[in-house]
Every structure is written in structure tokens, then in C-alpha cells.
Design a binder for this molecule. Structure first.
Ligand code: NAD
Ligand code: 3PG
Length: 399
């Protein structure tokens, strides 16, 4: 077998604490984990903010061990031919459990009550009496029969909606882009809100499970609060920037919003009244961290070794069974005759094509071509260079 990129050891860098079971996916003979590397082949990351960092020229993939990719400059990655992966659903159960825990604990004033009880520690024998006298300040509300509005019915939102029904809540959901898979898994007892305004107006509790995008940024603002029921409780385990902080502070102050439970505390949030700040714990369970790390690592390993792409947020998902023969993988502009030009370059080396796949996503496309005959090692750099000369090619590899 000729010398190929497969023979070269790939460097993986992690930018957050990634579960060991995930890193074990990278077998020692083919990969090294080097967190000091300035030029890794791939990066595995959680919430680390990557917007300001420089990428080395070898970087081929970034895997977000988790859902939200707003910490990654996805557009820049696409322009540079770097695949960005995430791990859909891998931490959804952890977040669902945290949302329902917080919903019930908040509704029963549990956080305040527990903090108050802890403060009685120096009161000696008086404690039981003080407890009985003081408990009236923490009288809560049961969630049974109340309406929960769920915005975003993806991996997390659908789980929350279904389980809230089992807790005897009425559930109303809003998601104009709901996937077919999620729709199949969603209980038919979840009512469909036709507009966001309808959900705002009908809910006693609102939980949001959408990605942070230009469209969703600031969706909780003074117009939204003015439609909601007085004293509504809002849970935000998605991203802090979905909420306009100035408007939220006012709404909490004047009682329009009764409580704001958020996984994203910051300086402004912590100064607000009736706030329940959670230190970004939504996905922080051993199970979820392992699920995410293993899924992220497998996707990166598969891409580096075979060119196949699963769960990318910027490249098309592409699969061609890997036979171990030489494979050309090219990421290019989605314009006419790219495949024709790539195959022409390959045939210029008297190589025969065995199989191929081409998938597009918006302005870009990804092509993989398997070659029937063995390619001499010294031809590979020249073939890669020839393909790179084609106008519209962003990156190419011969695997
Ligand atoms: N707190 C945490 O630790 C934690 C953990 C995981 C995810 N998250 C956050 O939660 C978000 C959702 O995660 P997920 O795994 O459910 O993602 P997902 O992609 O499975 O679901 C997101 C859903 O939002 C819907 N959506 C998009 N824009 C919308 C809009 N404008 N209005 C209504 N619905 C809209 C989509 O159609 C999709 O169904 C992530 O993007 C991330 O920001 C936080
Ligand atoms: O988007 C996500 O998956 C969550 O916000 C989890 O973030 P974490 O991996 O930093 O806990």
C-alpha cells in the first residue's frame, strides 16, 4: 500500500474538559491528543469561545461536544473548508431533567426556602418553632393543571413537553421548523401554538429550547412580556442572549415576570429581582458528558479517516462505504461542472473511478470519489495540487 494521509498520525486538541471515554475513541496508533498544539488536525470543544482564536492551516474539523455552536465561527469555518460537528440529542435528557427540576423547585419556592432554612443554623432550640412560623413566606403553586409553553420542539423541547404532560400540565408548543422525527415523537396532547404571541398569552410557565441565531436573539423583550400572563415564570436553559436583559430587569421589577430561571448568569442578571441563577449546569451530568464526547470523537475520527460526514452544521452529511481504497474528498463551491473537473483531474493520472457521491448544502458541496486502482504515494501530493487548482475548490484530501 502506498503512503497515504491515513499513515500519518493526526493531532487532536481539546479546548474544554472532554470526557475520557470520548478521547479513548482516538486510538493511540493513529492519533495524539495535544492540547498545546498550535496546528491540530481537529479540535474538540464544549463552550469555549472560539471566535477570537486563529486556526492553524492543518485544521480540518471542529466537534462541539454538545448542541449550541454559537461559540464557534461557523461561517469562517465554512469558508476555510473546516467541518463543524455537534452532537444532536446527546445531552437532551440531562437538560430535560434540569428544566423539570427547576420548574417544580421554583414553583414551590424551594430555592429561597432552603437558603432561608440554612440561615437558621445558629438559632438552637428555636429552629423548629422558627421553621413553622416562617414557612408561610414560601407558600408555592402546584404545576398540575397549569399551562407550560415550550418554544422549540427539538431534542430537548420535545422531551420536556412530553414529560410535562405526564406531570398533569397542559402543554402548548411553538416550533415553525419542527423536524419530522421530532413530530413523530411528540405526544399528540401537546397543543400547537400557531404564533409565538399565542404561546406567550396562554402560558403560566414558559421554557425556551431554540438555538441562538439572529432571529431568536432578544426574543424575550418588552413586547413579549406585555402579552404574557402577569407573574409568568420563564426558564431559559438555551442561551442568555435570547433575553433582552434591560427589558427583563424591568419586567421582574414590576411583576410582569414573576421569576426568571436561567442557566446563564452574568453581572446584569445577578442584579435582577426574583432571579434563579444556575451556573450552566443543564448538560453537566456524567452521562451527558460521556454521550457528547463519544459522539463528537467518533464523528471527527470518521471524517479524518474516511471523509464521511455525520451531524455537521455547515457541511452536507455524506456517507460512502469506506473500502480502504484511495479516496478523493473535496469541498467546493456549489457551481456547475465541479464533479466533471475533479474526475477529469483524476483521469489525468490514469486512475479509474469506482464510486462517487456528491451532496450540496447552500452555496457549497462535498464530493467523494473512490479510485479503483492503487495510487502510488508520490502521486498523491501532485493529484491534490491539481484538484486544488480548479476554481471553486476550497479544500481537498486524498485519503
Ligand atoms: N443549558 C445547557 O447546558 C444546554 C444543553 C444543550 C443545549 N442547550 C441549548 O439549547 C438549544 C436547543 O438544543 P436542542 O438539543 O433541543 O436543539 P435542537 O436543534 O434539537 O432543537 C432546536 C429546535 O428549535 C427550533 N427552532 C429554531 N428556531 C426557532 C424559532 N425561531 N422558534 C421556535 N422554534 C425554533 C428548531 O426547529 C428545533 O426543533 C441549543 O441550541 C443550545 O443553545 C443548552
Ligand atoms: O449547547 C450545549 O450543549 C450546552 O450549552 C452545554 O454546554 P457545556 O458542554 O459547556 O456544558
Amino acid at each position: 500500500m502506498s503512503t497515504t494521509l491515513l499513515d500519518k498520525v493526526k493531532t487532536i486538541k481539546t479546548l474544554n474538559n472532554i470526557a475520557g471515554s470520548g478521547l479513548n475513541v482516538f486510538k493511540k496508533e493513529n492519533f495524539i491528543i495535544d492540547n498545546d498544539s498550535e496546528n491540530p488536525d481537529a479540535i474538540v470543544v464544549r463552550s469555549y469561545n472560539m471566535h477570537a482564536i486563529d486556526f492553524g492551516d492543518k485544521l480540518k474539523a471542529i466537534a462541539r461536544a454538545g448542541a449550541g455552536v454559537n461559540n464557534i465561527p461557523v461561517e469562517k469555518c465554512t469558508e476555510q473548508g473546516i467541518v463543524v460537528f455537534n452532537t444532536p440529542g446527546a445531552n437532551a435528557n440531562a437538560v430535560k431533567e434540569m428544566v423539570l427540576t427547576s420548574l417544580m423547585a421554583s414553583s414551590r419556592n424551594l430555592f429561597d426556602g432552603v437558603a432561608w432554612a440554612k440561615n437558621l443554623k445558629d438559632e438552637g432550640e428555636q429552629i423548629p418553632k422558627l421553621v413553622e412560623a416562617g414557612k408561610k413566606q414560601f407558600v408555592g403553586k402546584e404545576i398540575k393543571g397549569k399551562t407550560l409553553g415550550v418554544i422549540g420542539l427539538g431534542a430537548i423541547g420535545a422531551l420536556v413537553a412530553n414529560d410535562a404532560l405526564d406531570l398533569d400540565m397542559d402543554v402548548i408548543g411553538f416550533d415553525p421548523f419542527i423536524s419530522v422525527d421530532t413530530a413523530w415523537n411528540l405526544s399528540r396532547n401537546v397543543q400547537r401554538a400557531m404564533t409565538l404571541e399565542q404561546l406567550f398569552a396562554e402560558s403560566d410557565y414558559i421554557t425556551v429550547h431554540v438555538p441562538l441565531t439572529n432571529d431568536t436573539k432578544g426574543m424575550f423583550n418588552k413586547e413579549a412580556f406585555s402579552i404574557m400572563k402577569e407573574g409568568v415564570q420563564i426558564l431559559n436553559f438555551s442561551r442568555g442572549e435570547l433575553v433582552n436583559e434591560i427589558d427583563m430587569a424591568v419586567a421582574l421589577e414590576n411583576g410582569e415576570v414573576g421569576r426568571y430561571i436561567t442557566d446563564f448568569p452574568n453581572e446584569n442578571v445577578l442584579k435582577m429581582k426574583n432571579i434563579i441563577p444556575v451556573p450552566h449546569l443543564g448538560a453537566s451530568t456524567q452521562e451527558s458528558e460521556e454521550n457528547c464526547a463519544i459522539m463528537a470523537a467518533r464523528q471527527v475520527k470518521d471524517y479524518l479517516e474516511t471523509g464521511n460526514i455525520k451531524n455537521s452544521v455547515n457541511f452536507p452529511n455524506v456517507y460512502l462505504p469506506y473500502t480502504g481504497k484511495q479516496r478523493v474528498a473535496a469541498f467546493h463551491k456549489n457551481v456547475p461542472n465541479m464533479v466533471g473537473q475533479i474526475t477529469m483531474a483524476i483521469s489525468g493520472y490514469s486512475l479509474n473511478i469506482a464510486d462517487m457521491v456528491n451532496r450540496s448544502r447552500g452555496e457549497y458541496a462535498y464530493t467523494m470519489i473512490d479510485i479503483d486502482n492503487e495510487v502510488e504515494g508520490d502521486i498523491i501530493p501532485s493529484l491534490e495540487a491539481k484538484i486544488r487548482e480548479i476554481e471553486g475548490i476550497v479544500t481537498t484530501r486524498v485519503l
